[in-house]
Design a protein around this ligand. Sequence first.
Ligand code: ADP
Ligand code: GLC
Length: 482
Amino acid sequence: MKIAFFVSEATPYAKTGGLADVGGALPQALSKTGTEVKVFLPLYREVRQKGIPLLKKADRVTFSWAGQPETFALWESLEGGASVYFIDKPALYNRDGLYGTPAGDYPDNGPRFAFFSRAALEALKTLDFAPDVLHVHDWQASIALAYLKTAFADDPFFRSTRTLATIHNLAYQGLFEKSVLAETGLPESLYGLDGLEFFEKVSFLKAGILYATALSTVSHRYSQEIQAPEFGCGLDGLLRQRSESLAGILNGVDYGVWDPSVDRDIPADFGPGRIQGKAVCKQALLREFGLPADGKDLPVIGMVTRLAGQKGLDLVVEALGSLFTLGVRLVILGTGEAGIQRSLETARRRFPSFFGLKIGFDEKFARRIYAGSDMFLIPSRYEPCGLTQMYSLKYGTIPVVRATGGLDDSIEEYDPVTGRGNGFKFAEYAAPAMLEAVKNAVRIYGRPEVWGKLRTNAMACDFSWMRAAQEYALLYQSLVGR
Ligand code: ADP
Ligand code: GLC
């Protein structure tokens, strides 16, 4: 089975969030199921700066773009692992950010990702790789399906290609002015309510939802949530119509890189049955955040998160005073929206000896937080899958999560009577409900033997990618049979 994977970020090349973890790990897991995968990414500045060796596959691939000849260069990664190719167009991708800067999104993101999608289809022909399944991720790549339907409609090269569109986050839809169609060589006839129109804009994600042979999301629970108005972002009706073709496959963890017994970026390694190193990590973490060392006996709650409305930081800010009366310490690493950043910085000044804050995107620092915290807080308003709860589990850091999407699918409330469960959950999106869950966790933390049992459960959880890869492989097979 030949699969082409169009995705806008993938580790170790370029990352802003969980999509990159999936883009990096899933293709590798798929290749272990006997699937041949070629991954396509834009050649961002970040990729160049990492110094990963690349091989030029084609100097000038030419195609017709909005009536004009356009070119790009095609590179292949020599990193090893999955086969990864890059669409090289410096004017579009050689920039500071993937999607924008702290000041906002790049205004030409529509053409940037339409070009990526269109060029990646062209690259498949250059490589003579006719995929059985083209697997596109999120709005940035979903628009590829609009080109398959138009520019490539009669192209024998793609005659037997089926398509899968995975929605990692329905709230990001890639909405642009109508003029984007003309700018990107897509016919005006695609505009309309039964086409890409969405409240007088053009939705790139809708191309995936309408035209893909099948759809998937990154947890079963989220696949259901997006079919109802609350989390449907105005597309729930359409998703209900495609309900039969909509799967929910929970993401996995690459334990080759997310495992405290092999992680070289944490101060001391540890694992089940040899947990001593975790205390070393905790002390180092308190020091790093400039928090008092007496905190070592108090539970430290960690968060590693994009600062976005989705992530529930408003609840955290609202609850801070009460949270600290429970005798916990809180450390947050995050980057994103300026408004959220400001409210966290204000809170940090109010509670300097309880609250550590680091603004920025720092993979190694993130690992030190997974390793050094006792609990990990994820109060998301919605969460398609969520990877940080799964990473925390492996690092023996107990998730306290809102019961939504993939958080609900992966975390089971700990029951001290039966000894079952791996974390703590709350349902209502409200600060008191969140505090109640933290209180439960703190109560159990106060009983070291019980906490040890819970931590053992957590570290034994297996969310390896193999299960998900097998589910995707079956899904691909069913599409090809269709
Ligand atoms: P989302 O994709 O919605 O941001 P996920 O839980 O799926 O949420 O994935 C988040 C990923 O991004 C994890 O790998 C997490 O460690 C990482 N991450 C998020 N914020 C930061 C940050 N500020 N610094 C380093 N890594 C981060
Ligand atoms: C999105 C979602 C997150 C998910 C990730 C990878 O960024 O917000 O929940 O884990 O995609 O699928």
